[in-house]
Structure formats: structure tokens, C-alpha cells
Ligand binder design. Structure first.
Ligand SMILES: Cc1ncc(COP(=O)(O)O)c(C=O)c1O
Length: 447
């Protein structure tokens, strides 16, 4: 039967396909961080046809080198890594799904537990947010309690967005601006209690008030900054004192700075840890690992999904982790991230542009000071795009970023920082933009 014709099939123009997407798909994309408006409204290419290494060919046939977020941090080996893809092709040939289970998931459980000897059992999902929901459900089942103390971002699901339900409807959404909780049952108000990373007194206050109602303490073990001395130990002690499960969200940090969770760089061990993104180099895969004492509670709750049994995710994860066991991968990623951070700093100083460079080398970012409407940041993206780079103020290095590619990128950055400094001194950043300023955070795309 002939395929029905669609306008998208006929179009080779990313921005026009995206205009259509905004009408057909509420929010335009499935992930906030892939909205073109986040980068360069009306100009960001929006869709890719092909991606290999760091080379991206857009729907329009233009070619760029990706020095931005590399699949939102998932593609740590570079796009279409041949070893991972070969393992996936073999899994496709063997049948992606079946009435029976894929043995690769048992092999993956063994591998993850070998990398994290404190953990004894594993469950699998296919995206970070759903895996976090699995972990929180298990903690609630294990403790028979409802409340969760957390710091940081943990995905789109109800347990987490409940934190943004206020006593008064009008205040909903204020605690974590941009993460709108519409549709989250009001009955969940007060079940997700936020504290700031490295501020143990905030967690102590939650524990003092709700200690015997806490199912879990959820946090990233480390993100931009290391834990303050004694902080992780104090969190562990509080969790133990009240009998709450300590859950480390390693969705972004896991497999980014070493083979396994970043928490392995520190002394404290959680009761559960959650992985996704880099563990499968962009294939859909997520894991919850934990101690038997906590994980066994998964049997007391219904946690079950058809697509959690497909064979490609585990095949991709086994092949990816196999590649990531080579310490040279992380030496390379750290060196590339370090060079880029140093290059940003040097160019900014050379041209008198005030920026702050921050983050682990593997999760690098900079912030242009006094750029409240993001005009300069948007100008950076526009000028880098003209020079053949997908780039903005975050850079997630991969194994595929060669030294030569970094040289070219830093030379382009240097030219662009000069333009930004000039735009700042002349006050004409807006006039130089060919479209609107970037918009960060959550907002409706259609009225
Ligand atoms: C720390 C953390 N937790 C959870 C998530 C959500 O993961 P996903 O987008 O795969 O649902 C993210 C995604 O950026 C994350 O960085």
C-alpha cells in the first residue's frame, strides 16, 4: 500500500517542519532541551538526517560539528558509534522483541552490580524519568511511607513535580520556576520536599519535621561542584537515622566521568542508584540498582512494562559499557572538556568579555555575565552556527571530539567572543540577531 503523503516528507527545511510540529505536537518536541527556541529561535536547524561521530547533517543537508549537548549527554562515545551499533544490529537480527525475555538484561545486571559492588539487584526501564519513578516507588514500597526529600532535577513525573504544588493555586510552579505542575494531583502536595545541595541544615530541618514519614532522600551525588567535606556522610547518617532509602540520581553523571556512577569517586554508598543516558550511548536504556533489602520491595508493588523487555537497550548498554571500561575514554573526555574550558576563559579574557566557566570538564558550561535577556548568548549560537558549529553555553565532550576538532572550535569561539565583546560595548547585540532571543525554561509554545 502506498504511504500517505505528508508535508513533512516533502519538506527539506527544518525550521518549517518545526513550525508544523508546533501545531501537531504540543510543545513541539518530546524533550524541553531539544526545543530550537532554547538555542536560536527560527534559525536552529531543529532536525537531523544523519549523525556520525560529532558530524551532524541536518534535514536541509547542512553539515555541522556538534559542540553542544551531544544528544543531551547521552552520546558519550559520539554519534553512531560503530561498536555499539554493531551490537544493536546483531540484536535486531536476532529479533527485537519476543514472547520470551532477552538474556542480555541478566548479563547487564551482572555487569552493573560488578561495577557497583555495594548493589545486589537491578531493575530496568528505558528513560531516566521513569527509572526515577521506579526507584521512588520501590523506596515507598520498602518503607511504607510517602514523603520524599530531594535536591536537584529528577524528571517529569508526578512524584517530583508534586514539589511545585503550593498551598495556593496561584503559587503553583514558583518553587521550581518553569516546571509547571498542572495535572499533578493536588493530593500529592507536601510529598516532595526540596533541599539545596551542600546545605545539610535544610535536610536536617526536613528530617526534624518529617523524619518518620520519609521514604527516600533523593539527590545527585555531585553535579557542578563537589560535595562539601562531610556532606555526603551527614546525608547518609540522616537517612540511616530515620530509615529512609538514599537514592543517587546518576542519570547525567553516571558513566560520564568514570565507568559507573560518579559516587564511586566518593566514600558514601546509597541504597539505590539510577542510570540512563550515557550508559547506552543514546539508545533507550535506564537502570535502577540497589541493595537487596530495598530492591526486594519491587515485588510488593506492580512495576512492569512491555517495552522494558525489548532487546536493543541492554545490547547497546553492554556494548557501550564495554567501551567505557577503557580508562583512556575518560582521560580523553576530561582533557577535551578541560581544553574547552581553558579556551573559553582565554578568549573571554583576550576580548574583555565577562563570563563564568563552570562544571566538571565532562559537563562544561559557561555563563555570560549581565546578559539577562540572553541576547549575547543567542548571538554566540548564531555566529557559531554560521561557522559550522552546533554550539551554545553548554558543552558535553565525547570520545569523538578530536584534538583537531577542538582546535577548530576554539578558533571559532575566539572569533565569536570578539563579536560578542564588540556587541556588548556598542550595545547592539539585538540588532545583530536575525531572530528572537533564546528562551530557557518551560513555557507554552502555543496560546
Ligand atoms: C539528574 C537527572 N535526573 C533525571 C533526568 C530525566 O531523565 P530523562 O530525560 O531521561 O527522563 C535528567 C535529564 O536530564 C537528569 O539530568
Amino acid at each position: 500500500m502506498a504511504q500517505p503523503e505528508t508535508r513533512v516528507r516533502e519538506s527539506l527545511d527544518g525550521p518549517s517542519v518545526y513550525r508544523r510540529a508546533r501545531q501537531l505536537i504540543p510543545g513541539g518536541t518530546q524533550l524541553l532541551s531539544k526545543r530550537p527556541e532554547m538555542f536560536l529561535p527560527e534559525q536552529w536547524p531543529a532536525y537531523y538526517r544523519r549523525a556520525r561521530g560529532i558530524e551532524v547533517e541536518t534535514l536541509d543537508g547542512a553539515r555541522y560539528q556538534d559542540f553542544s549537548i551531544m544528544g543531551v549527554g547521552a552520546c558519550i562515545l559520539g554519534y553512531a558509534d560503530p561498536v555499539v551499533d554493531a551490537a544493536v544490529h546483531a540484536a535486531v537480527d536476532a529479533g527485537v522483541n519476543c514472547s520470551l525475555n532477552a538474556p542480555a538484561e541478566v548479563e547487564l545486571a551482572e555487569l552493573l552490580l560488578a561495577l557497583h559492588p555495594w548493589a545486589e539487584q537491578a531493575r530496568f526501564a528505558r528513560s531516566g524519568g521513569e527509572a526515577m519513578s521506579v526507584a521512588v516507588r520501590i523506596a515507598r514500597a520498602a518503607t511504607g511511607r510517602d514523603r520524599v526529600a530531594f535536591s536537584g532535577y529528577h524528571g517529569w513525573t508526578d512524584w517530583y513535580l508534586a514539589a511545585n504544588l503550593a498551598d495556593d493555586d496561584a503559587l503553583d510552579g514558583h518553587l521550581m520556576p518553569g516546571l509547571a505542575p498542572a495535572g499533578v494531583p493536588r493530593g500529592l502536595r507536601g510529598t516532595a520536599l526540596p533541599f539545596h545541595y551542600n546545605r545539610i541544615e535544610e535536610l536536617e530541618a526536613i528530617v526534624a519535621r518529617h523524619g518518620d514519614e520519609l521514604a527516600a532522600i533523593v539527590m545527585e551525588p555531585q553535579r557542578s561542584h563537589p560535595p562539601a567535606p562531610g556532606y555526603m556522610e551527614a546525608v547518609r547518617t540522616l537517612a540511616d537515622r530515620v530509615g529512609a532509602a538514599l537514592i543517587f540520581d546518576e542519570i547525567t553523571t553516571g558513566f560520564r566521568v568514570r565507568c559507573g556512577g560518579i559516587h564511586l569517586n566518593h566514600a558514601v554508598r546509597p541504597d539505590m542508584a539510577v542510570f540512563a543516558k550515557a550508559m547506552a550511548n543514546g539508545y533507550a536504556m535506564a537502570a535502577v540498582i540497589g541493595t537487596r533489602a530495598v530492591m526486594e520491595a519491587a515485588q510488593d508493588s506492580f512495576i512492569s512494562s512491555t517495552n522494558w523487555t525489548e532487546a536493543l537497550g541492554p545490547a547497546a548498554a553492554l556494548a557501550t559499557i564495554g567501551r567505557l571500561r577503557d580508562p583512556q575514554v575518560y582521560r580523553h573526555i576530561e582533557a577535551v572538556g578541560g581544553r574547552v574550558q581553558a579556551g573559553w576563559r582565554e578568549s573571554a579574557i583576550r576580548h574583555g568579555l565577562a563570563i563564568q566557566v563552570d562544571g566538571l570538564p565532562a559537563l562544561s558550561h559557561f555563563h555570560i555575565e549581565e546578559d539577562p535577556d540572553l541576547a549575547l548568548t543567542t548571538l554566540f549560537v548564531q555566529e557559531m552556527l554560521r561557522r559550522g558549529y552546533l554550539a551554545f553555553d553548554q558543552f558535553k565532550p565525547s570520545l569523538a571530539h578530536s584534538d583537531t576538532a577542538v582546535d577548530g572550535y576554539l578558533a571559532a569561539c575566539d572569533q565569536c567572543f570578539a563579536i560578542l565583546a564588540e556587541a556588548r560595548s556598542r550595545g547592539d547585540a539585538h540588532a545583530r540577531l536575525q531572530g528572537p532571543c533564546a528562551r530557557r525554561g518551560f513555557y507554552r509554545l502555543t496560546d
